[in-house]
Design a protein around this ligand. Structure first.
Ligand code: SAH
Length: 214
């Protein structure tokens, strides 16, 4: 299969034609080989216009949803980003093209391990993966300029809010188990928190101490 052709079509038809025009974001999506971030038996579906199964009941997000979240996050070249829900590391790789360093937390050890292998192999060396409960954040490297959560939360986890810099921003799907609203949470320089609702969405559940029970 001609994956670079499929990738160009994906960026044009699924992302740019739907209104995401930021040049840096589009080139990051053009650059990262999505077919490397799905299990080998799913490779032919890597560029489909929807989520794709990556095993353990989890999915790689739909390209457009990932692009929309990243646009909402507004990553800057100097940003230190915390990502919750690594999966196999696709979105981490895209973010690594847009910002200085990406700390990413995955709950399922097998996925985190495979993500590390793929990211290493492709040379995305500004992505640091750890296994853990992302609802607790990653306090060691806090505070973060931006936080992006790729799984659906019942509420905004307090630790994530605490680990966000003043002037920083978090993008997170919040709501019920099977339907959510993508929210943009901004922490102003006076510490005040402002929420904006972006769009309805459906993500796999964020499971952990300050998320859903298993
Ligand atoms: N960012 C991924 C999407 C992965 S789907 C991509 O680009 O493809 C969401 C991931 O969140 C799943 O792998 C799931 O295991 C993980 N997850 C769920 N709850 C979590 C938690 N509390 N901490 C860390 N990861 C979690």
């Amino acid at each position: 299969m001609d994956f670079s052709r499929l990738r160009r079509d994906m960026v044009e038809e699924q992302i740019s034609n739907r209104g995401i025009t930021n040049k840096r974001i589009l080139s990051a999506f053009l650059e990262v080989p999505r077919e490397e971030f799905v299990p080998s038996n799913m490779r032919r579906y890597a560029y489909k216009d929807g989520p794709v199964s990556i095993g353990f009941g989890q999915t790689i997000s739909q390209p457009y949803m990932s692009a929309l979240m990243i646009e909402c996050l507004d990553p800057q070249p100097t940003d230190k980003i915390l990502e919750i829900g690594t999966g196999l590391g696709y979105q981490s790789a895209v973010l690594s093209r847009l910002s200085r360093i990406i700390y990413t937390v995955e709950r399922i050890p097998e996925l985190a391990k495979q993500a590390k292998v793929i990211l290493d192999k492709l040379g995305y060396d500004n992505v640091i993966v750890k296994v853990g409960d992302g609802t607790l954040g990653w306090s060691e490297f806090a505070p973060y300029d931006k936080i992006i959560v790729a799984a659906a939360a019942p509420n905004v986890p307090i630790r994530l809010l605490q680990q966000l810099k003043e002037g920083g921003r978090m993008v997170i799907p919040v709501g019920h188990r099977y339907s959510q609203i993508l929210k943009i949470i901004s922490k102003l320089s006076n510490g005040e928190v402002v929420e904006k609702e972006e769009t309805p969405c459906i993500f796999v559940p964020l499971i952990g101490e300050d998320g859903w029970q298993e």
